[in-house]
Every structure is written in C-alpha cells, then in structure tokens.
Ligand binder design. Sequence first.
Ligand SMILES: [Zn+2]
Length: 467
Amino acid sequence: MKSLVYSLVIMFTLMMFASPTLAQSSFTKLGGCLVMDVYQRNTNNKDLDKYCLQRNNNLTEEQKEWVNRQNLSMLGLEVRAAYEIAERRISGTAYGVAGGRNVRLVIDLNEYVTAGISATKDTIYIMINTGLLSMIYDSVSAVGFEIAQLNGMPVTETGITFSEWMEIMRLAPNMESLSVPSPGPDKLNSSWFVQGLIPRSVLLQFVFSHELAHVHYGAYCGMSKPNNMVQRRQVEEACDAHAINTFNQNQESAFNLAQFLPAFQLAHASYLAIFSENYVSQAPIGFNEHAKTLIIEELKNAIPKRLDKNMRLMMSKLSIPNEAKPFLEEYFKRIRFNILPSLPSKARHESGKYLTSLPVHIDFGEPNCNKIDASFVFINAHDSRSVSALIEIQSRVIPRDGQNILSTKAPRDSRGNQYRLVDLIREEIVIKPKSEHIVRKILPCKVLQVAYPSVGARVVESSWTDM
Ligand SMILES: [Zn+2]
C-alpha cells in the first residue's frame, strides 16, 4: 500500500516542475486536420493539403465536437513538449532526427488508435489520430482514479477506475450497442485532467520515440524488411524497445512509463479486440475475406505480445526505484491477468441451440461467501458435429432491489440488472456430438450489505467440426 502512495506522490510532485516554457505552440486547423510545424520552416505538401481538405467534408459530429472541446494552445504545448523530449532522447541532441528538416505534426480527427511517420528530404510528417490521443488521456485518468480509490483519497470528479473501464470493455461485446464510454472526467479543464499532465506527457513521449525510431534507426527499427505477420510484429517490438530505452536516464520518467504504458497498451488491445472487425470492414480499401481475417488477427494479437515484452523490458532495463518495484510487480501481474474482450457472435452456432449451459451445483459457502464453488454442464446437442468452445464462468455482485450502488456505466446482464464483476475464469473445452462436459470452478465471492453474490456461465467463442 505504501508504494501506491509513493506513486501518487511522484505523479503530483512532478507536476510542479512541469510548467511549460515553450511559447506559442499551437495547432492550426487545416481542412479536417490539426497541424503544427515544430520547426518553423515552410512546408508544402499538396497531398497532405488535399487529404485534410477532403477529411473536412466528411467529419462526423463527434469529430467536430472533439475539436471544439480542445484548448488548442494547451494541446499544442503538451504535444510539442513531448515531441522535443522524445527527439532529444532518441538521438542524443536537439534536432537530432530532423536535422535541417521541418517536422510537421498532424492530428487526424478519427477514432483509429494509431500513429504513423513519413520522412521526405525537407519534412518529417508525424500523423496521430485523435483515437490515440483519447486512449492516452483515458488510460491516464482511469489509472489515476484507481490509485486514488485504492488510497482512499477523495475524488471530486466523476469518472471510473481502470479496472471498471476494463470490465466495461470486456463486457462491451455483450451489450446492445457496441461502444465503450470514456472513463471521464468529462471536463478537459478539470483539476483531475491537469493532474494527469506528466503521465500523459510520458505516454506521448513514448509514442513519438517509437515513431522517430522508424526514422532514426531505419524504417524497420534496425530489423530487416518484414515479410509476414510475425516479422511485422517484431519490427514494432524493436521500435518499442528503442522507445523504452530512451527512459533509462531518468528514474521518475521510467517509473511513470512503467506505471502507465501497460494500462495504455492493455486498453488499446481491448479496444482492438472489440473494434478491429469494424475498422477493417470500414477501411477505404476493399479486402477479400481471407485478407480481412488475417488483418483482424494481426491487429488483435500484436499488442498483447508487445505489452508482455515491454513489461519485462521495463522491469529489467530501466532504473526503477527499489521501493517501487513490489508495487510494479503486483501491478504487472494484474495487467497480465486481464482477459481481452471477445465478440459473442462467434459463440453461436447458426442454429442457435446446439451448445447450451446449465448450472449443476452452486455453493456460496455460508455464512460469508469468500469463495463460490460452481459447476456447470455444457451440452452439445448436435448429432454429428463436435465443438471446441471457450467458456467463461463469472462471479458478480448484484445490487438488492431499489439499491443504486453502481455507476450508471456498470454492465447489465441479460435481464437488465446492473452488476459488478468479482472474477472471471475462462477455459477451452471440446465436446463430441450429443455429449456433455462438466466444468467446476472455485471463484472469489463478495457479499455486500446492499448487494448479493451471483454466478453465471456463458460460451465466449466456439467452432464446429463435422465428425
Ligand atoms: Zn511502429
């Protein structure tokens, strides 16, 4: 518990050294993009102008609203300061990557959580989607809420913790509309938002360092040209490693990176698990079905593997203060424990009735329910097909009648009751035609005066094979 307080103290004290000194850095609107020239040299790029003007014609209401909510000069200061730190650290000197070139930062107003870089002989373009910025802001706020809650600190802002946010992501595919709310706070000028300045900056520095590594160490970050999915991931891992390495000079930044990067990448991975299918089917280029499946798999699988590698790298390569290590080890363990969301549509056989589950034995362990002992039978009713399925058993608390203890964003079960997830276990099972399979699990349980424990099972994914 002490180390949690420590982390919070670091976050708050660093704030005081963070007064921005760069004057008049701000984004200007170019068509549907926000653009900033870091090094004020004239940049002419007709393709970019054309792209941004075209974007302007098809901005959605949310995208326009996003721009209106921003304080562009504040945003400009944050982004520019992060860029300059990243460039200095990755190359060793100011202008170390740009050389004599201009650097044009472009914010593209769309929900994709990606960034990209391209270099010409007179300009380096770095394009960041607003989806990526929001993902950074949201992860920092949600982790902040969680730390505050764990330390019993009063929080005046409304928002949800990182665990609650992950829970909503995990359950999003089961909700009526496929969407993930921001954990808040809603107001960009709230004190909470101001307190997140340092971690946000650290994550932005990481993103810029990763992108600059693609130029400074060559397009493939020192690897050879990738030919397949695994090699493409290895290139991204190499760029991540270069970016992490830039934090080895500074204990506080290293600690902040270790504390916020895993949350950010886990949120990113969860987001891709939910939305990558939408992205790929909405992409302006048409893909055939096979290509689509490959791209979706690549999107979904790449980040969790990078995340795992990054956590090991940060722990072994960065100078993390000794007193913070036990906290980080525990935190990394919790990040690894998270299970990514999965779309339930895959769980249904086209007939909708061949794979069912029923409770066979549930023991809430009187009187205090520390553990639930639950058994469910999964039945394959099909005559000739066997099924391999990913099943899930959840323990939850459900508020008693008339009680309102959960945030309005808490998930709902199929009967519309709001609940809070206590724990969830997943397992792969294979069932032959006309057979059944019993799964028994012991899950942690909670009883609250205002809420009762409950347990449920469901099929998350399944695939059928003819016998
Ligand atoms: Zn990259």
